[in-house]
Design a protein around this ligand. Structure first.
Ligand SMILES: [Zn+2]
Length: 336
């Protein structure tokens, strides 16, 4: 069986950057002339830098997880993985240092070392590790998530982990939980998720419909104002990571979808959910246009004289508007 060591990619990349910044290297042969990752595959596994400079070397980085184990019993020699290519050619594979940097840039989370039973060592950059429960030290990162007809919603997802089946661990603010609850109530019963959400004052509750009544679900944790809503009833997938890039042109919509033939609201991320109208302009020539997002109520108007104006609606909606919408929504019927 292959042994697989899982290292935090950002931490490995920091070790690699240290090695690449040095001009003296500790190793035998050719590896003694180039920056390398020094991999100790025995036991729990660890990674170090072979570089030496005036600044202290980084400490050995222990593996976060070890899957499987070696079947060989002789001591495993340290493995040196060269980080740079001393003689790159146009047809060369990218260097390991470039692979690591690109992985960090693409929000990958893990660097894994696979040790085959014949001792051969390979390595891979991996986005996410499957887990049933999250470790205590998980970091939460902003993203938009969607599940079937629900969403996308602003959320935080657990960086580097996914649930069995591939869905994201996700948590939401109280206001977004309220918005999800409202969206569920507007779905026909047959297309609603297996759990309902109820927001009572500042509390978020999950209610399995089979339970019939209100019952706070113990595994909805609340931490720092974020409520965990995930599990088998919530197959959240990441709709997009939040980039925080200002759009180059002020516009309510951006092109979206694999073929770019959809329009997405930049405020609430609803896709192809827009009302549009236009009429001869009051200024006497051309047309005035009006576009409104059905989901969040943001509008965009254009006229031939002043051009485009965007009026973003607050998102998530403020409490007063929530109450208004809540009153209009059909009430949850309790099962007998
Ligand atoms: Zn919108």
């Amino acid at each position: 069986m292959t042994k697989r060591l899982w290292f935090n990619l950002a931490a490995v990349t920091a070790v690699a950057e240290h090695a690449a910044s040095c001009n003296q290297f500790r190793a035998f042969g050719a590896a003694g002339r180039r920056p390398c990752l020094l991999v100790d595959t025995a036991g729990g596994g660890r990674i170090g830098s072979n570089g030496r400079s005036d600044t202290p070397s980084p400490a050995w980085l222990p593996a976060s997880y070890v899957d499987g184990r070696e079947e060989r019993h002789e001591p495993t020699p340290a493995v040196l993985l060269p980080l740079t290519d001393p003689d790159p050619q146009p047809w060369s594979e990218p260097s390991l240092l470039d692979v690591l940097r690109a992985g960090v840039h693409r929000r990958m989370h893990w660097f894994t070392i696979e040790v085959a039973s014949n001792g051969a060592v390979t390595h891979t950059v991996v986005a996410s590790r499957q887990r049933v429960d999250l470790p205590a030290d998980v970091s939460w990162v902003p993203a938009h998530v969607a599940a079937g007809e629900l969403g996308p919603y602003p959320a935080q997802i657990a960086a580097g982990y996914h649930r069995p089946g591939g869905s994201a661990f996700a948590r939401f603010t109280r206001d977004v939980a309220w918005w999800i609850a409202l969206d569920i109530r507007h779905l026909p019963r047959s297309r609603q998720p297996g759990e309902a959400i109820r927001v009572v004052d500042e509390q978020v509750r999950r209610m399995p419909p089979a339970a019939g009544g209100e019952r706070a679900n113990a595994d909805v944790g609340e931490a720092d104002g974020w409520w965990r809503i995930d599990g088998p009833a919530w197959p959240w997938t990441v709709a997009d990571h939040d980039e925080y890039d200002a759009p180059p042109e002020p516009s309510l919509t951006q092109t979206w979808g694999p073929d770019g033939d959809q329009e997405r609201c930049v405020v609430c991320h609803a896709v192809d959910d827009l009302d549009h109208d236009e009429m001869p302009s009051m200024v006497g020539y051309g047309h005035d246009t009006w576009t409104r997002c059905r989901r969040c109520g943001s509008t965009e108007t254009t006229d031939p004289m002043f051009g485009i104006r965007v009026h973003p609606a607050p998102w998530p909606p403020p409490r007063a508007r929530q109450t208004e919408l809540d009153r209009d929504a059909p009430t949850i019927r309790r099962r007998p």
